[in-house]
Design a binder for this molecule. Structure first.
Ligand code: SF4
Ligand code: SF4
Ligand code: FES
Length: 217
């Protein structure tokens, strides 16, 4: 076990953990979206939310990319850390259609949790082109809502872990970036086996199960 100090509190954690895992396992919340526990893949570090300050480092670092070391001294709530996290969240929200009242993630959504924690309003001005994006309903089991997707990549990682090979990836750029099947960029369905690993790790409701068909009269 390794001893480190986080926010002036001593914690003991297993060797090999990331700093983000060490904090979360000890009840110290660090905002995060793209990190997925377990697996061999390197952290994606794409959401830029999990910043912390480590004593001796020149600037804040992403805690999901740092492995714990004996004697580390860490601060999770400095002004510089909060500033970076708030900027990252505002950027994400500018590309997100906030429609909580009719969203299946309402009240269990990672974005809502982060917005409350970082005191960022959920209704930051969004980009006008967001309204043009439509739900993709081509998959037999689930729907994809590109205007909610935070591009965290957790579904891509989870799918690869479950199936032993990559089946999902990102396509296009900018606001049109979306999750697609590696084999058919126009479809989320092929050669998906509907294992549902992707849906289970989505931190927002960008992937949702199709509504049950209406009962026959
Ligand atoms: S994903 Fe979260 S923030 Fe976005 S509409 Fe749904 S509940 Fe609201
Ligand atoms: S669909 Fe969900 S898990 Fe996949 S990239 Fe978008 S937000 Fe992340
Ligand atoms: S959780 Fe570390 S950058 Fe996303």
């Amino acid at each position: 076990m390794i001893k480190l100090s986080v926010d002036e509190r001593e914690i003991w954690v297993e060797e090999g953990l990331t700093l983000l895992e060490a904090c979360l396992k000890n009840g110290i919340y660090v905002p995060n979206l793209c990190f997925l526990e377990g697996g061999e893949q390197a952290p994606q570090a794409s959401c830029r939310l999990c910043f912390v300050e480590i004593q001796g480092a020149r600037q804040p670092v992403t805690s999901c990319t740092v492995t714990v070391r004996e004697g580390m001294c860490v601060c999770t709530d400095t002004p510089a850390v909060r500033d970076l996290q708030q900027s990252a969240l505002k950027l994400l929200l500018s590309m997100h259609r906030v429609e909580c009242a009719r969203c299946s993630a309402n009240r269990k959504c990672a974005l809502q949790q982060m917005a409350a924690f970082l005191r960022v309003g959920l209704k930051v001005a969004s980009l006008p082109d967001l309204e043009a994006l439509r739900v993709e309903e081509g998959h037999p089991v689930f729907d994809y809502h590109p205007y909610r997707c935070v591009l965290c990549g957790r579904c891509v990682l989870a799918c690869e872990r479950r199936n032993g090979r990559p089946l999902l990836t990102f396509a296009e750029r900018g606001l049109r970036t979306r999750v697609v099947s590696l084999w058919d960029p126009n479809s989320l369905s092929s050669p998906c086996q509907a294992c549902r690993a992707c849906i289970s790790v989505c931190p927002v409701a960008a992937l949702t199960f199709k509504a049950s068909p209406p009962m026959a009269p």
